[in-house]
Design a protein around this ligand. Structure first.
Ligand code: GAP
Length: 517
C-alpha cells in the first residue's frame, strides 16, 4: 500500500472506530481542530500515562504540576512570544491560499530527498544482497547530482532562516520555481511574519478588560512556578517539573490531520540544572527520550535525530526526534537546552528574584534548563500509523480475506479484553458478564454479543484489543474459556481464573518501563 493511501485509510479508520472525529462536524468542521472519540480518549490517556509515569515515577527528582491555561500577559512578553513567535507566511494570489514559506521550501527539499531514496531503493532491488548502499550513494551520478542540489538549497535556506531574511525566502521560492499546489502558479506575494498566538479578553467591561493569550506552550506555566515548586518541595538541583496540558497556535498551514493542530496537547518537562552542566544533561535527556520512543517496538530505523539549523531565541542546543510518518520523517518531540533565558526574563519582567542557592558551591544562580517537549497528538499519530496493519488471511470459505488490525502495544490499547458469549442464551451472557465484573477493576473490558464471533474478533482487531475471551457451553461445565490473541490469532483453552494473570503480564506499563532502565 502506498503511503498516501495508508494515511487516508488511517484518517477514515480513526473516524469509523471512534478514535478521532473532526471537531464541530455537523457544522462542517473547524479547521485543524479535532475531537477524540470513545477509543481515542482511552488511547490518548494511556499515552499520557506512559509519559507521565516515565517522568515522575521513574525519576525521583522529577515532579509534576498542572498550571492554568490563562496566564498574566506579561509572561508572553518576557518569554519573547509576543515579539518573536512568528511564522513566515506567503500567499498565492491566484488560489488565495496561504502557506508557510519555510514549509514550501522544506517540501522542495523533501522532494529531492525522495528522488535520492528512489534511486537507492531501485538499486537495492537490482543488486540484491551484494548491494553496498554507502558506495552507491558516493558514486552514483544521479544521486550525487541530487545530493549537491539538496546541499545547496539546504545551506541557502538555513542561512535565510538564521538571518530572518524574508526577502531571501521569497527569492528561494522563486529561484526553485516552487508552485502553489492548488493553482499551479508562481504568482506569490511577499513573505510576511505572522504571530501564532490566539488572544482573548479577560474582564467584564471594555475599560478594565485585559488582553490575554491562550498559551502556545505549557512550558511557561512551569517556569513561573519554578520558585513555588522548588521551595514547597525543597527540591535540590538538578530537578525537573513535568506537565501535560493544552496549547494553542494559530497555525497557518494546518494540514496532515492531527499532526498540526490549532488546539493540541503537550507533555513538557523542564529540567533545572547548574550552569555549565546543561549540555551534558541535554545529551542525557536526548538518550532517555529516544529510548522511551523505541521501547514501543515500532522499529528503531523509524526514528532519527534532526539537529536544528536555526536555534530558537532561547536555546543553545536543540534537536528533534523525528518519526517516519506515512508522509515522511517529521518531528514528534523537541529537546532544547534553553539556557537561563526564561527564568532570567521572568526575573527581569516580574522584578522577583528567581534564583537557587547551591549549598555545594555556596552561591546563588539562575538555573539553566533542559526541556523535553512532545506533542500528545503527534505521539498518538505515531502510535496509530505504526500500528495500523492490513493482512491477507484465510476467509474460511477457501478464499482470501483482509483483516485490519491495530497492533498497538498492549499497555496502550484502549480496550484490553473483550468478553463474548458464543450465543445470547443458555446463561452464556450472564457468565460473560460475570467475568467482566471480576476483571473490570483491573483492565478496561468490553462486552460484545452482537454478530458472529468472527465479526466480533474483527471489530476488536480494528481497535487493537489484545485479548478476546469467548464463553461457550463448555464454560458452563468446566469454567474454561477460549482466549484469542490479537497478533497471532491463536486460540487456547484456559481456566477462567488464569485469564487475569495472562493479561496482566502483557498490559502493564511496567513492561515498557523495564526497557527504559
Ligand atoms: N516548549 C517548546 C515547544 O513548544 P515546539 O517544538 O514548538 O517546542 C513541541 O513544540 C512539540 O509540540 C512538537 O514536537 C510537537 O510534537 C508538538 N506541537 C507543536 N505544534 C503543534 C501543533 N500545531 N499541532 C500538534 N502538535 C504540535
Amino acid at each position: 500500500m502506498n503511503q498516501e493511501d495508508l494515511f487516508k485509510k488511517l484518517i477514515a479508520h480513526s473516524k469509523e472506530y471512534g478514535f478521532i472525529f473532526p471537531s464541530s462536524e455537523i457544522y462542517d468542521g473547524l479547521g485543524a481542530v479535532y475531537d477524540y472519540g470513545q477509543n481515542g480518549v482511552e488511547l490518548k490517556n494511556n499515552i499520557k500515562k506512559y509519559w507521565w509515569e516515565s517522568m515522575v515515577l521513574l525519576n525521583e527528582n522529577v515532579v509534576g504540576i498542572d498550571s492554568a491555561i490563562f496566564m498574566h500577559p506579561t509572561i508572553w512578553k518576557a518569554s519573547g512570544h509576543v515579539d518573536a513567535f512568528n511564522d513566515p507566511l506567503i500567499d498565492n494570489k491566484d488560489s488565495k491560499k496561504r502557506y508557510r514559506a519555510d514549509a514550501l521550501i522544506e517540501e522542495e527539499l523533501a522532494k529531492i530527498e525522495g528522488k535520492i531514496e528512489k534511486e537507492v531503493e531501485k538499486a537495492r532491488g537490482r543488486f540484491g544482497a551484494s548491494f553496498d548502499e554507502k558506495i552507491f550513494r558516493e558514486t552514483n551520478p544521479r544521486v550525487l547530482e541530487n545530493q549537491q542540489k539538496w546541499d545547496a538549497l539546504h545551506n541557502r535556506f538555513a542561512a535565510a532562516l538564521n538571518n530572518s531574511d524574508l526577502g531571501e525566502l521569497k527569492q528561494i521560492i522563486e529561484d526553485n520555481e516552487i508552485v502553489c499546489p492548488i493553482s499551479g502558479t508562481r504568482n506569490w506575494t511577499e513573505v510576511r511574519q505572522f504571530n501564532l498566538m490566539f488572544s482573548t479578553e479577560m474582564g467584564s467591561t471594555a475599560d478594565s478588560s485585559l488582553k490575554i493569550y491562550l498559551r502556545p506552550e505549557t512550558a511557561q506555566g512551569i517556569f513561573v512556578n519554578y520558585l513555588n515548586v522548588q521551595k514547597s518541595g525543597r527540591m535540590k538541583i538538578p530537578f525537573g517539573i513535568a506537565q501535560i496540558g493544552k496549547a494553542f497556535r494559530n497555525e497557518i498551514v494546518a494540514r496532515q490531520f492531527i499532526f498540526r493542530m490549532r488546539e493540541f496537547e503537550q507533555m513538557e518537562m523542564q529540567f533545572f540544572v547548574r550552569p555549565g552542566t546543561e549540555l551534558d544533561w541535554f545529551e542525557k535527556w536526548k538518550e532517555t527520550r529516544i529510548k522511551w520512543h523505541k521501547a514501543l517496538g515500532f522499529g528503531d530505523s523509524n526514528y532519527r535525530f534532526h539537529v536544528h539549523e536555526k536555534l530558537a531565541h532561547y536555546a543553545n542546543a536543540a534537536v528533534d526526534i523525528e518519526f517516519k510518518f506515512p508522509f515522511g520523517f517529521k518531528e514528534v518531540e523537541g529537546i532544547h537546552s534553553r539556557t537561563d533565558f526564561d527564568l532570567s526574563q521572568h526575573q527581569k519582567y516580574s522584578g522577583k528574584k528567581i534564583q537557587y542557592f547551591d549549598p555545594e558551591l555556596n552561591e546563588s544562580y539562575v538555573p539553566y534548563v533542559v526541556e523535553t517537549s512532545i506533542g500528545v497528538d503527534r505521539m498518538f499519530l505515531q502510535v496509530l500509523s505504526a500500528s495500523y496493519c492490513e493482512e491477507e488471511i484465510d476467509g474460511g470459505d477457501g478464499g482470501k480475506d483482509t483483516r485490519v488490525v491495530l497492533r498497538l502495544p498492549a499497555p496502550l490499547a484502549p480496550v484490553k479484553l473483550a468478553v463474548m458469549p458464543l450465543i445470547k442464551k443458555d446463561g452464556l451472557p450472564e457468565k460473560a458478564r460475570g467475568i467482566i465484573d471480576e476483571l473490570k477493576f483491573e483492565f478496561n473490558c468490553q462486552y460484545d454479543e452482537k454478530d458472529s464471533i468472527g465479526k466480533r474478533y474483527r471489530r476488536q482487531d480494528a481497535i487493537g484489543t489484545p485479548f478476546c475471551v469467548t464463553v461457550d457451553h463448555q464454560t458452563m461445565e468446566d469454567d474454561t474459556v477460549t482466549i484469542r490473541y490479537r497478533d497471532t490469532m491463536d486460540q487456547e483453552r484456559v481456566a477462567i481464573d488464569q485469564v487475569k494473570s495472562i493479561i496482566a503480564g502483557q498490559v502493564n506499563l511496567k513492561r515498557l518501563f523495564e526497557k527504559l532502565m
